[in-house]
Design a protein around this ligand. Structure first.
Ligand code: GLU
Length: 373
């Protein structure tokens, strides 16, 4: 079971910073604060933690740039303001990371991008590549074409979906409250901060209440986001972004904010997640060497170890892997469809471009998308 003392050893984080933390009352981006968070993230990156930053604040910054005091009701205006504000947001992050000699990258996503199986794989490959390069992507919802987070979420749900996508160990939601309380702290002076709880504890949603202004991004959305993140075995910390060196202290295992613990570990979570994917009738027959490296070394499946491709399936579907006698060895999400695999089976990755004219991932099934049977 996950606990605070495991946090220092976590290696993949998603940090979500909410609008309320980033912008002070229409004053525009709180650059000083932003720089201190980026500094703490840079420290963590230098200590080999992979990190995705999910940041809201585009609408708030857009409002400030256009001199608007009140948040408009109409979605198209919010979308337009987000488009304006996003420029300032990425610029501020880019400047702050550059001070530490680090690159950053802008990634705009919609919920559909993370549920459609092909786009999901594409988004994940890109993020994985950036993480492998030590770059922290700055993710926001693509507000021009999608409006879920504008309406309800302030990116909490998006951050959870990103945590699933990269299989993060930890999701940190930085907000303007200390964490989750057992009663509304504004109405009840005896309200106590919940230090930690299991994410599936039914009491949580009861105490989380409705959201703050306009019902967006309140504690309820955060508790739901934590439950979503737990699907990939990701633990969530909800904490105030205003605290002194908050990311560093959370990272050190200090008892800040509320820790929401997933009910199952990453492996069980991955099995369930795979079960939720489109399953095909397809299968791959592996040679003895491939069976051995999958079983004994927990490695990814490469084309070179595939002897036969059975059935018709597309990239992103779940296929069965068997040994040459037909016994099931593993199940996983394929990066290549059956027609491509027929052509590249038994061949080294270096030959893909020559045979197919392009190369997607090096692996046919990445080990993160594979469960041994
Ligand atoms: N994606 C939006 C942003 O970055 C969500 C926040 C909001 O609705 O104000 O501004």
């Amino acid at each position: 079971m996950f606990s605070r003392d495991k946090i220092p050893a976590t290696r993949r984080w998603v940090v979500k910073i909410g609008s309320a933390m980033l912008t002070g009352n229409g004053q525009g981006l709180a650059r000083e604060r932003l720089t201190t968070w980026v500094d703490q993230m840079a420290d963590r990156l230098e200590a080999d933690t992979e990190l995705v930053l999910v940041s809201s604040g585009a609408v708030a910054e857009g409002m400030c740039r256009r001199g608007k005091r009140a948040r408009p009701d109409s979605l198209h205006e919010l979308q337009a303001l987000a488009a304006i504000g996003q420029m300032g947001l990425v610029r501020a992050y880019e400047d702050a990371f550059a001070r530490r000699g680090l690159h950053t990258a802008q990634v705009l996503l919609t919920h559909e991008d993370l549920t459609d199986r092909t786009r999901y794989l594409n988004a994940r490959s890109t993020l994985r590549t950036l993480l492998g390069w030590g770059v922290a992507p700055v993710v926001n919802e693509n507000d021009t074409v999608a409006t879920e987070e504008l309406r309800f979420g302030d990116n909490d749900t998006l951050a959870a979906l990103v945590a699933n996508l990269v299989e993060a160990d930890l999701l940190i939601l930085l907000t303007d409250q200390e964490g989750l309380y057992d009663a509304d702290p504004r109405a009840n002076p005896d309200a106590k901060l919940i230090g930690e709880a299991r994410v599936d504890d039914p009491l949580l949603l009861q105490v989380a209440g409705e959201g703050g202004a306009l019902g967006r991004g309140g504690m309820r959305t955060k508790v739901r986001a934590a439950a979503l993140a737990a699907r990939s075995g990701t633990a969530t910390v909800i904490a105030s972004g205003a605290g002194e060196r908050v990311l560093e202290r959370i990272g050190a295992g200090e008892a800040l904010g509320t820790l929401l613990i997933p009910a199952q570990g990453p492996l069980a979570a991955r099995k369930r997640w795979l079960a939720g994917h489109v399953s095909s009738q397809g299968s791959l027959v592996l040679d003895a060497g491939a069976v051995r490296v999958l079983r004994e070394q927990g490695r990814s499946l490469l084309a070179v170890g595939i002897r036969e491709v059975r059935g018709l399936f597309a990239r992103g579907e779940v296929v069965t892997c068997t040994d040459e006698k037909g016994a099931e060895v593993a199940r996983g999400l394929v990066n290549y469809g059956s027609t491509e695999l027929v052509r590249i089976k038994g061949r080294p990755t270096s030959a893909f471009t020559e045979i197919l004219g392009y190369r997607d991932e090096d692996e046919v099934i990445h080990r993160d998308n594979l469960v041994l049977i």
